[in-house]
Design a protein. Structure first.
Lengths: 203, 203
């Protein structure tokens, strides 16, 4: 097995943190996400969506999509459970993971893709108005997470889960998208200090 | 248990098809997605993200997010398995479901939200250039699904799965977004005829 990834990109970091929490080691192979490589036939043959990370199994099958990779790892290395154990735990974690992904993470990514000069070749057309709109959306959605994190230790409740990994990577990605985290989000601040102090956060 | 939904919206339809495939009946309660209701405190208390569908459990807990609801149903009514059974089946289905969601479904939704006059109060600001860009993205991503469906019966392989439900709803949603399905996508056409003939498609 190996993982084809790009060290600096946010989605591969989600997988690295996930593996670190489970103390599972899989070799990484760096793929430079420049426009020439992205447009290459080789990349399309690795993943027709032209995205990293890609988990390459020993029989050569490729599993793409961050959450599909993490779920596969959870199946073959169940402990500690980062997607939950009982039906209701699993539902809560999935709900919060998606709220973070489709809310905060997505808005930050859109702001980055549509406003950052270095994305001009990869996001065509860049639509600056859409990028600007997503800066506000990101703050609004971070505010919803803040309300939650004033009440619970982690996003899905008492236990650290994949939803916290997605949120940590999204919050750190805000710097690249030039979105400042509001000081008054005390729930997020308390949680951020906690999750970013875990050894896995350095992965 | 009950499901709060909006009959005409695409995400609630994903849950209805999912339940129909499992022959599980849960009562539905209609929520009118007009701007007054969306902005109401009542809706925020049901779901801070202000989205449908919402699964209300017998103890009053709310499970939001379409995929969290479907996964919860899969846990308590496992057969027929729509998320797969073995680790590799689960990974393939999750990969394809996400490729459809984050690719086609998302692009169609953005085109609809940013170009349709009736969304002007709900998507603020509407960014027409972004809506137009997503019409092209939707066709490009449908083309990737077409390549797959020329090779396999269903998206994740030989067996119908939640990825096909997401794709069927996304393809039908193209009409509302005024995106025409290219005639030359013969793989999609063959698959569409198959999945839309299943009784669940009428759900």
């Amino acid at each position: 097995m190996k993982i084809i990834e790009t060290k600096a990109a946010p989605n591969p970091r989600r997988v690295r943190i996930f593996l670190a929490e489970k103390a599972v080691e899989i070799p990484y192979e760096e793929f430079a996400l420049n426009i020439k490589n992205i447009q290459s036939d080789q990349f399309a043959s690795l993943n027709p969506m032209r995205q990293v990370p890609i988990l390459v199994l020993d029989d050569g099958e490729h599993i793409c999509e961050t959450m599909a990779i993490c779920r596969y790892i959870e199946e073959i290395h169940p402990e500690p459970r980062l997607f939950g154990e009982t039906p209701i735990e699993k539902a809560r974690i999935e709900m919060w993971n998606r709220r973070v992904e489709l809310g905060l993470f997505f808005a930050v990514a859109q702001a980055f893709r549509h406003l950052h000069p270095k994305m001009s070749e990869r996001e065509v057309p860049q639509v600056a108005d859409w990028g600007v709109a997503n800066k506000s959306k990101a703050i609004q959605r971070l505010g919803l997470l803040d309300e939650r994190l004033r009440e619970t230790k982690y996003l899905a409740g008492d236990t650290y889960s994949v939803a916290d990994i997605t949120a940590l990577v999204a919050v750190d990605f805000m710097a690249a998208a030039r979105i400042e985290r509001p000081q008054e989000f005390l729930g997020v601040a308390r949680w951020y200090e906690d999750v970013s102090a875990r050894p896995s956060a350095a992965a």
